[in-house]
Design a protein around this ligand. Structure first.
Ligand code: NDP
Ligand code: OXD
Length: 314
């Protein structure tokens, strides 16, 4: 009963060492190492190369090592076994830290004061809006969206969210579907994107959508924070909207191409903050424990937690 680590872009040795400690009675191998395909019962995947999970005749389940699963569902040769994703308090807390940090940074005009410090400028000519004057709208009312909204509400922001299916949540104004989108955008000053990348959401964050954000808000212009996936956004449209003023600031953790190419104008744009897809990293200890628990459940004959609906794409 071996476990195969099918990981690219992360430190495989680190994960292998961690899983060897957590699962001492199993053989933990990684793609490219020597193993008998018939021994592999479980795969842990982060961006496995498409086709690399074929010909594992005794495979029972695939565990995504991240919350998102677009990185594995795009594999046309994905084996027909259950796929489970990460839902874990450690990862959720990290994402909410990122979202709260950047909402507060927009509220408190952090970019501007950093620039003033660089110029040794002691100067303040603007009113400081209160959090309660600012409306944060989160696209995606799932595990991450709901946690972030709860924490933003505690900070005093006005909060709303948008999802595919209608939701009713305590103290959160909820909008849903294509019909609900224009009204959701029109009452949003800071747009936070925490959607999965699916056929329906690809390319959603484009100029028309950004121009629909509230233009009369307390911050002086709309702010975009995308920590969902780069494939959700058109970077050319974000730049156009920043240039024309329909968008005031963008905080981007994810990009159409990752790593973000050196030639991208986003790197040096004064109104853009770039982070290297680390809004919420998968910490091997926390995520390792979750997967070990999942395997134990599965082998007791219980259903896997957080199973992905393959046809839906998330
Ligand atoms: P969930 O599956 O819990 O939630 C997804 C939410 O998106 C749901 O509310 C769902 O609607 C909504 N949604 C899906 N499709 C659509 C659509 N077509 N229109 C409107 N709403 C839609 O996911 P999580 O909250 O756990 O994670 C969200 C994403 O965050 C991940 O898929 C991943 O891409 C990203 N992520 C990024 C990280 C980073 O470091 N940058 C780290 C971790 C995750 P409904 O409620 O109706 O189902
Ligand atoms: C995830 C990610 O999906 O880190 O967990 O992007």
């Amino acid at each position: 009963m071996s476990v195969l680590l099918a990981i690219t872009g992360w430190d495989v040795d680190h994960w292998q060492e961690r899983f060897r400690r957590l699962l001492p009675n199993r053989t933990i191998v990684a793609l490219g190492q020597d193993y008998d395909p018939a021994d592999i019962h479980y795969v842990m995947s982060w961006k496995h190369p498409p086709g690399s999970l074929q010909n594992l005749p005794n495979l029972k389940a695939i565990f995504s090592l991240g919350a998102g699963v677009d990185h594995l569902l795009h594999d046309p040769a994905l084996p027909h076994v259950p796929v489970a994703r990460v839902v874990d308090p450690d990862l959720t807390a990290r994402m909410s830290e990122y979202i709260v940090l950047h909402c507060l940074s927009a509220l408190r005009q952090q970019k501007r004061y950093q620039e003033q410090q660089r110029q040794k400028l002691w100067f303040d000519d603007r009113d400081q809006p209160a959090a309660s004057d600012v409306r944060v709208g989160v696209m995606g009312l799932g595990v991450l969206g709901q946690d972030a909204l709860g924490k933003l509400r505690m900070m005093g922001f006005q909060v709303s969210g948008w999802s595919r299916t209608p939701r009713q949540l305590d103290s959160i104004r909820c909008f849903a579907g294509d019909e609900g989108l224009p009204d959701f955008l029109a009452q949003t000053d800071i747009l936070v994107v925490l959607l999965p990348l699916t056929q329906d959401t690809r390319g959603l964050i484009k100029a028309d959508l950004l121009r629909g954000l509230a233009q009369d808000g307390a911050l002086g212009g709309p702010v975009l924070i995308n920590a969902g996936r780069g494939g959700l956004q058109s970077e050319a449209d974000i730049l156009t909207c920043l240039a024309e003023g329909s968008l005031m600031e963008a905080v981007l953790d994810v990009f159409e191409t990752e790593p973000l190419p050196e030639t991208s104008p986003l790197w040096t744009h004064p109104a853009v903050t770039v982070t290297p897809h680390n809004a919420a990293m998968s910490a091997p200890d926390a995520i390792g424990k979750l997967v070990v628990e999942q395997i134990a459940r599965f082998e007791r004959g219980e259903a896997l937690l957080h199973q992905v609906e393959i046809a839906r794409g998330y």
